[in-house]
Write a protein that binds this ligand. Structure first.
Ligand code: BGC
Length: 365
């Protein structure tokens, strides 16, 4: 394992113009020395520096030290805000209750993945920084019909870094017409530092007794299956890699874990008017860094960089390969507009969409 102390990227590497908008790097720092950086390109987390058990700062999210690398990357979603609809929509099609039918841009075979070809991760967001509160808000207006989705959608994503080493991400959105929405963050974590090759030794716990098995195209079958006696049982912490070699049809389809877990929502707390639930815990025995995930969302996709090509070269010069990171994407069910199960994803013009996810860091010696 690499032990060096990491540092944040240089701001000037993130200053460019894209689609007539200037891009930037923003730094938030808390009283305990934790530092995170973000860019308005994709309203995305670029780096997360947290102390390990020796007190050295490790950058625990995958990403790059230059905006050009984000634009050219083989994998476009590193650390980004995903919208309008995270995960897949079957055939890029859905019908609303009034019978109106929509076709969204297919960008993975016939299906729409992560909002289509020009998703929120590729957009330069407007921004407002509040350094005192250690927070930054990003704003994006997506016009009616963009990528095939109905309604002009105004979205605000706020990242707050607390003095308890928590990254709190709050989402708020409004629409002018009935639409569907599913927002998430696509950070990939490696709790030993982004320059380490694998997360298979990390211990992971997911508070979910059920998950959503998929078909060959990774669209949910529409059934909720128990995790019991399957490799998807993370109810007690276990190394991510422990059951990966098991004979299992779902692991074969996903080339590993690439599945949505239905959160049990047993442990909750209410803050800022939203109820959030304990979703997951991960820790790396070597660094001692622990991550706890809380969310108001009903489900969470676990994805362990199964199809990484090894072409993307990260901040520390290491090539990102299969299983070098894991994403815990809090969200509603994939393909929810076409599924008879799960909470709805329809947003009406007289409603406000609100959601919150917290990534809470600590150290276990
Ligand atoms: C999906 C994967 C997909 C990846 C793209 C994840 O959210 O679950 O299937 O390959 O995003 O980066």
């Amino acid at each position: 394992m690499k032990k060096k102390t990491h540092s944040i990227p240089e701001s000037r590497n993130f200053e460019t113009t894209l689609n007539a908008k200037n891009t930037h790097l923003f730094v938030l720092e808390n009283k305990r020395g934790m530092q995170i950086t973000l860019t308005d390109y994709g309203a995305r987390l670029v780096s997360v520096l947290v102390p390990d058990k020796q007190g050295n700062l490790r950058d625990v999210v995958l990403g790059f030290d230059h905006i050009d690398a984000y634009i050219k990357a083989d994998e476009p979603y590193y650390g980004a805000t995903i919208g309008r609809f995270a995960n897949r929509i079957r055939g890029g099609q859905f019908t609303l209750a009034d019978g109106s039918h929509y076709q969204t841009t297919p960008n993975q075979g016939k299906d729409t993945l992560h909002g289509g070809a020009y998703g929120f991760h590729k957009r330069v967001w407007d921004r407002r920084v509040n350094s005192i509160e250690q927070e930054i808000s990003f704003f994006l207006v997506s016009p009616d019909g963009e990528e095939g989705f109905p309604g002009t959608l105004s979205t605000c994503v706020t990242y707050r870094l607390t003095d308890d080493n928590e990254i709190q991400i709050s989402y708020r959105a409004e629409t002018t017409k009935t639409t569907v929405i599913n927002l998430t963050n696509h950070a990939y974590f490696n709790l030993n530092g982004e320059d380490n090759e694998t997360v298979l030794d990390h211990h992971l716990q997911i508070f979910a007794t059920h998950y959503l098995p998929t078909d060959q195209d990774q669209l949910p079958l529409g059934v909720v299956a128990p995790v019991e006696q399957t490799p998807f049982d993370f109810l007690q912490p276990k190394p991510i890699g422990r059951d990966l070699a098991a004979e299992n049809e779902q692991l074969r389809i996903g080339l590993g874990y690439d599945h949505c877990f239905v959160l049990d929502q047993q442990v909750s707390k209410s803050e800022n008017g939203l109820k959030i639930y304990r979703a997951a815990m991960a820790k790396a025995p070597d660094s001692g860094i622990r991550l706890d995930v809380w969310t108001s969302e009903p489900a969470m996709q676990l994805y362990t960089t199964n199809v990484f090509s090894g072409k993307d070269r990260g901040k520390s010069g290491v090539y990102y390969v299969k299983n070098c990171g894991f994403a815990l994407e809090t969200q509603h069910f994939p393909d929810a507009p076409n599924l008879p199960i799960g909470p709805g994803t329809v947003l009406q013009p007289d409603e406000i969409f609100m959601s919150e996810t917290r990534y809470c860091f600590s150290v276990e010696k």
